[in-house]
Ligand binder design. Structure first.
Ligand code: SAM
Length: 341
């Protein structure tokens, strides 16, 4: 079946009503912009002069930052990067954030170091984990990640399953002409381990801006490829969670598959998500570099109340109802590794 590239909605006139102005309830903290993989849709180009910076905030600074956000009403925290397992104080960050009493503490990783760290992360209080896994074919995996070792990653996933996290999920960015034929195999592999697989449309964020129009596989096509095993429909979001829409297995079991449609659809309306970049900037949207830095103040010993004040300034920059998320031109200039996917 042929699928045409979706026609994105025209920007509504300036008089269009804004989306309801939410308050921040969830945050993604990118604890480092360093990464040991260089996925083709993610890594900043060295041609653009990008060099990864060393960790710019220490454990105390991250703990104070999250404390300020929690005081302002944030209830869910996801640690990401870059590759968060490369951040030296990661276990301490997990312990300190957990002690703040958030409802949900999760982490996204490429799993290159998860074999050794899964159990310590669980013991430190991490509740849920998501592993990026774009292929089960070692050669393809290495090509997409520019050097990643599939066996190492699979060992990391097994360690996560054995560590007993509340939930283990996988993220697969589906690329036309690359891994689009692997959806069935990835679902089999994940379901056999009690893992929930999720498939993501490549987005025009950062390096994705160079390739997304040629490589995009719309979520509608992904669902069609899996139609023999999933119930019909576009799926439902989990309340109080991210933008992923889930479809259940046809066999009536509790098994599900998630789809994230950052390119053919946007999920800006009602978005309650904030991001804290690896260099200490509070950003209210993935698709723009707009934000307010709190790094200098944190390094000078600022308290949580200061973070809270900066959060109000940052949240005022949240785009309104005419925003088209990751399809906006500004998305191309975002550094995914600093901002955190
Ligand atoms: N290094 C960790 C990892 O690989 O999971 C965490 C950071 S990575 C930026 C987080 C997620 O963002 C990954 O699942 C990755 O696939 C996704 N991502 C990065 N760039 C993307 C793009 N242009 N389109 C869609 N997803 C993207």
């Amino acid at each position: 079946m042929a699928f045409a590239l979706p026609v994105l909605p025209l920007r509504p006139p300036a008089t269009a009503p804004s989306v309801e102005r939410t308050s921040p309830r969830s945050v993604r903290i990118s604890v480092t912009d360093r990464c040991d993989m260089a996925c083709v849709y993610c890594r900043p180009s060295m041609l653009d002069g990008y060099l990864p910076a060393e960790d710019r905030l220490d454990v105390d600074a991250w703990a104070t930052l999250v404390e300020g956000l929690v005081q302002a009403g944030v209830r869910r925290v996801r640690i990401t990067g870059g590759e968060p397992l490369l951040f030296r104080g990661l276990l301490d960050v997990v312990r300190r954030v957990r002690a703040l009493g958030v409802d949900d503490l999760a982490l996204t990783t490429n799993a290159s170091r998860l074999d050794a760290l899964a159990r310590p992360l669980r013991d430190a209080g991490l509740q849920r984990i998501t592993v990026s896994l774009d292929s089960l074919d070692a050669e393809r995996f290495a090509r997409i990640t520019r050097g990643g070792d599939l066996d190492t990653v699979l060992r990391g996933v097994e360690a996560a399953v054995n560590a007993g996290f509340d939930e283990v999920k996988t993220n697969t960015v589906v690329l036309r002409g690359e891994n689009e034929h692997e959806l069935d195999a990835l679902v089999d592999w994940a379901w056999a381990r009690g893992i929930t697989p999720r498939f993501i449309e490549v987005m025009g964020v950062g390096e994705g801006g160079r390739i997304w129009r040629d490589r995009l596989v719309p979520a509608a096509e992904m669902r069609d490829r899996l139609a023999h095993r999933l119930v019909d429909g576009a799926g439902e979001r989990d309340p109080d969670r991210g933008p992923s829409k889930y479809l259940s297995a046809r066999d009536g079991s509790a098994r599900r598959v998630g789809f994230i449609t950052g390119s053919t659809d946007t999920y800006c309306a009602g978005c309650d998500r904030l991001r804290a970049t690896s260099d200490g900037v509070l950003r209210p949207c993935l698709s723009t570099n707009d934000g307010v830095s709190v790094a200098d103040e944190l390094r000078a010993g600022a308290d949580a109340a200061t973070v809270r004040a900066r959060l109000d300034e940052a949240w005022a920059l949240k785009p309104d109802g005419s925003w088209r998320g990751c399809t906006e031109e500004t998305a191309r200039r975002v550094n995914m590794r600093a901002t955190g996917g």
